[in-house]
Ligand binder design. Structure first.
Ligand code: NOJ
Length: 519
């Protein structure tokens, strides 16, 4: 498989917790979460069962896109603390046998980055080709947004996402205009080396790897991803030589490509053709008790990707993230528990978005904060307890980074820990069961047993060596059954009522999930 490095062993049983740093825990009462707040909560994360974290960008930034607009790749944003605080977080995590991924944003910077300020100058300098510029301010790059009219330099600069995020120049796979450089030109080569330096800096400090933002978007005019694969293979060679233990997880959504590029794992994304939204985020999600959803298109796509990525558990299915609606916006109560029985029994590393473990809600009607727009409602401060600001911060409520869910019965960690029937405890139990059974771990195989169009339940077998486990999920309000020839063994996980089999049929009660060993 291309240049893929050996997968770091810790990824085998990794369960990730994604932390949006501004909203997790404010340790210095300024209304915004910080690195020391994360360090304080490592034991909480570990107790839940997660042994790895991914932190959204925490670098110096004007925060026009919540930190995905980096101004300085080498410094922690002062509002989050210092580089020393982050180094301490790495060390504290390692003491607890936990691992930390930072968020690498290699595709673009903020307009305030010193590279961009230099690149905007009319005089040629070291950074002239660090970004993608057309030859004249009147020439807009076709099919892409651009920044123009703010520089002495005569040209328009291609952007990668929002119009304040200029695209770094890694070259064009197919060049169609004179200003489009090849991957082998000096400018693109220097950009790549600069990004390796960034990675080197944090890996030396103790970070365990990166979640990579928009990883398939760096080389332009590259419809089949060939240039981007080559670029990441180059980075893989560097990592193999200098940091063989570094873990790399891509936001790419095409595992066949990202894995060839040397990534260890890729994400299933909520956009593109994955049908991920059919599960939890559409009008009739599969995991709703209404029982009007469809799992078959998701499974078909998953299977395709699974085959393309050599049947390895390398596609990570997140519970949510900072870009999509909270899980609890569309599904609730038992539905959430059954959704987690799915998420925690699939191949690939599970990713739990902070607050999803207590069913935090999407906060409706918020004004956009730092480029969040409709994403803002999924980024509200963590709800720890019944104290001031739900224990997130001791600042005045109006100083909080984003307003909190103001509903009186908003879920909190404290209340969920007290209630042994809570979602929190269900997730904790599910992670323990996953860890105790190699078949359920990240690299265990999967065979889909029952995933019919517009039909419930959903069933699959996970296996590793001699161990085989049947997973049966019926979030619907109806009692259902499916044909299955085989003897059911022990129930190692059960939510809802008993699942029974008579050698030809398996019967599943309403709102039920079960993991059953097979001989
Ligand atoms: C994907 C990130 O997850 C998102 O939050 C960000 O706005 C864009 N990439 C641009 O970096």
């Amino acid at each position: 498989m291309g240049a893929t490095g050996k997968q770091p062993e810790w990824l085998d049983d990794a369960v990730f917790y994604e932390i949006y740093p501004q909203s997790f825990l404010d340790s210095n009462s300024d209304g915004i979460g910080d690195i020391n707040g994360i360090t304080q909560k490592l034991d909480y994360i570990k107790e839940l069962g997660c042994n790895a974290i991914w932190i959204n960008p925490c670098f110096t930034s004007p925060f026009g896109d919540a930190g995905y607009d980096v101004e300085d790749y080498y410094s922690v944003a002062p509002r989050y603390g210092t580089n020393e605080d982050l180094a301490r977080l790495f060390a504290e995590a390692h003491q607890r046998e936990m691992h930390v991924l930072l968020d690498l944003v290699p595709g673009h910077t903020a307009v305030t980055h010193k590279w961009f300020k230099e690149s905007m100058k009319a005089q040629k300098n070291e950074y002239t080709d660090r970004y993608i510029w057309t030859d004249s301010v009147w020439e807009e790059p076709q099919g892409m947004g651009c920044i123009r009219g703010i520089s002495d330099r005569d040209g328009a600069c291609v952007v990668n996402f929002f119009s304040h995020q200029p695209a770094l120049n890694y070259g064009y796979y197919e060049q169609k205009c004179p200003w489009q450089q090849s991957m082998d030109d000096e400018g693109p080569k220097a950009t790549l080396e600069a990004m390796k330096d960034v990675m080197r800096f944090w890996l030396k400090m103790g970070c365990d790897g990166f979640r990579v933002d928009m990883a398939g978007s760096l080389v332009k005019n590259d419809p089949e991803g060939k240039g981007n694969i080559l670029l990441w293979q180059n980075i893989r060679t560097f990592l193999n030589e200098e940091f063989p233990k570094a873990a790399m997880v891509s936001e790419w959504g095409e595992p066949d490509k990202s894995l060839q590029g040397g990534f260890h794992m890729d994400f299933l994304l909520h956009f593109g053709p994955s049908h991920y939204n059919d599960l939890f985020r559409c009008e009739e999600p599969f995991f709703s008790s209404r029982g009007k959803g469809d799992i078959s298109a998701f499974v078909e796509k998953y299977r395709e990707n699974y085959e393309k990525s050599e049947r390895k558990g390398l596609i990570c299915i997140p519970s949510g993230n900072h870009d999509m609606d909270r899980l609890a916006r569309t599904i609730k109560g038992d539905e959430l528990k059954i959704a987690f029985a799915f998420l925690l029994s699939m191949p690939g590393a599970p990713f739990i978005y902070y607050g999803d473990e207590i069913g935090m809600r999407y906060v409706e009607g918020l004004t956009s904060v730092e480029g969040g727009y409709n994403r803002t409602g999924s980024r509200s401060p963590m709800q720890w307890n019944d104290g001031l600001n739900a224990g997130f911060s001791t600042a005045a409520a109006e100083k909080l980074y984003i307003a909190q869910d103001s509903v009186a019965d908003r879920p909190t960690v404290f209340a969920q820990m007290e209630d042994k029937n809570s979602l929190y405890h269900e997730i904790q139990k599910l992670i323990k069961i996953r860890r105790a059974h190699p078949a359920l771990l990240n690299k265990g195989e999967i065979e889909f047993v029952y995933a019919k169009k517009d039909t419930y339940p959903f069933a699959y077998v996970r296996s590793s060596g001699d161990e085989r486990i049947l997973v049966v999920l019926n979030p619907s309000d109806k009692k259902v059954s499916f044909p299955y020839e085989g003897v059911l063994g022990e129930n190692i996980y059960q939510f809802g009522r008993d699942v029974t089999g008579d050698g030809t049929t398996v019967n599943v009660d309403a709102r039920t999930a079960a993991f059953i060993t097979l001989n």
